[in-house]
Design a protein around this ligand. Sequence first.
Ligand code: GCV
Length: 706
Amino acid sequence: MRKTLLLLLSLCLAHLSHAEDGYNLWLRYKRIDDNKLLTSYRKTITAIQVVGQSPTMDAIKKELILGLNGLLDTHIATTPTNNTLIAGIHSALKLNLEEKPDGPEGFLIISKVSAGKHYTIITANTETGVLYGTFHLLRLIQTHQPIENLHINSSPRVKLRLLNHWDNLNRYVERGYAGISIWNWHTLPDYIDDRYTDYARANASIGINGTVLNNVNANATILTEPYLQKVAALARVLRPYGIKVYLSARFSAPIEIGHLKTADPLNDTVRQWWQAKAKEIYQLIPDFGGFLIKANSEGQPGPQSYGRNHTDGANMLADAVAPFGGIIIWRAFVYAPQAKDRFKQAYDEFTPLDGKFRNNVLVQVKNGPIDFQPREPFSPLFGAMPQTPLMMEFQLTQEYLGQGTHLVYEAPLFKEVLDADTHAKGPNSTIAKIIDGSLYDHAVSGIAAVSNIGNERNWTGHLFGQANWYALGRLAWDYNLSSEQIATEWIQQTFSNNPTVVNSIKDIMLASREAVVNYMTPLGLHHIMGNGHHYGPAPWSNNAPRPDWDPVYYHKADAKGIGFDRTTAGSNALQQYRPAVRQLYADSNTCSDQYLLWFHHVSWQHKMHSGRTLWNELCHKYQEGVDTVSAMQHKWEQLKSYIDPERFHQVQMLLAIQHKDAIWWRNVCLLYFQTFSKMPFPANYEQPDHTLEYYQQQRFPYAPGN
Ligand code: GCV
């Protein structure tokens, strides 16, 4: 009896330990379930030889052993045999290879036969490059690609590929929906959570090479000695994985922790304080990346508090870190409540400063002119500052895209922006070419995204949030990859290579971005969500502390129509684009539906490209959004027998919330806008099942972000 109980218990435990909880991300390394393939992989690689010893080479060896043992279900030999995988830096391998790896991060993977022996070689100019090659090879195997005849020469298009954590020192993550911060500042530097290493592995596997550890709404305490010790401890974990740490610096730190009377960037004592601080940091963290700064935005201090401008502030900090090879990333996210059109301010404030920043300053620009909406036209700053390296800022954390609750695959959003043509230097002056530095020949280039990572077991709260993290890294490495390719490889590694699974999940993912646009903000509506938490709809909202936080400021619905007139008759924000772009949007009859209400105040009767009136089109789009989520649910349901119960059920429940929320958005927005249009809901669509008053009475005091 006791024996049976023990057996049962151990079976239960075995089951538990194999539960799929999402922790392993896309690095699951499950046994290849196609026997033919498995045999061929086992033949191609029977042993590994990692040349060199260092923390990075040790990490490579560990990853290869973990990955190959899992994927090939074997104990991979570590002494050379007939079919050896060799990994090492180019100069150490002493192999006569015709081709060289590219740059400090590129890698070369080649298959070679020599003296009757078959080798797979991963090499690079640096250890980090070899690490990237290692992860690439493991990805090939996880996604069931052939590996007998490899010839891959790959290097990243963008130099700085960063995550921006909006993590506070008390572990509250601003706009974070995946638990609290993964950085346990209290137990650092003495306690090193394994999660830090797994974070490093995951990032290295997609080429992320830097992380800003703390919130841009910064606390100066991070720059004090005890906290710098904690930062140094994290840097030690991340360094072998090619990841540099950066910090958000509070501009007024010289006052708060330096006890100076001012933080004026032109004051000598202030300058000396920052120089000494930089020296202190680099003594602890020799490869410290630099500072990210949010200045004079949403109440943050900055040079304007002293009558100075952004260049005065950025250059003062740039001078402090320059002797150590550091950089300054200065954010362009600025807007003031007095502005008639928030859209225009960043451009107006920053373009006159072009050419005045030190060459170790990058200006980081959000993808759109307002704030990470489901769809925005690209920020007109891209292409308007040729002498300044501009860095892209995307947001993984889905603040305005259903947060940790909605399944929204963001790669199509990222691609739409990266592929947008600014016409800055004639046609084909895409944003991708601006941020990779090639259009204006800049030596530095960068792409960053606000992280969606927290301490939840599956890292991102919604399992599919992982796909956005993954897509960011893959696109920063190579923005020519398609959303579909990235989705495919993420699904293969995260779920399965089974074509039914891959195709169904891919359909769900690829439909999801347009779905969220449609059920939240179709036809160019924007910023009509609830104040503070930014979760559900509240288009009536008109009493925020600042008018530019109010939805009514953005949709401008009235008896005549709806939308923000940004043409010459309105705020003239369109003027900030090059003529060829302006022309695309300037006329409400030819402007694409996607951006119509971004640029025009349009009559409710306006005839749309579909032939419907604007009002009917709005009803149509909201319904389409809801219908797409139903279709996503339906597709997911059909995968029940293919997906482990834990992850299947989680996603199933979240999709049900998403569907409920999509209906909520549709009902609220249509009922509210109907008070202006006075037009009926077309009979063939689902009718709202509550009144506008009912929705207006709902309160969400504890929604995340409040
Ligand atoms: C970190 C939006 C968010 C803020 C965020 C800000 C920014 O306004 O709601 O939480 O602050 O953007 O990007 O600085």
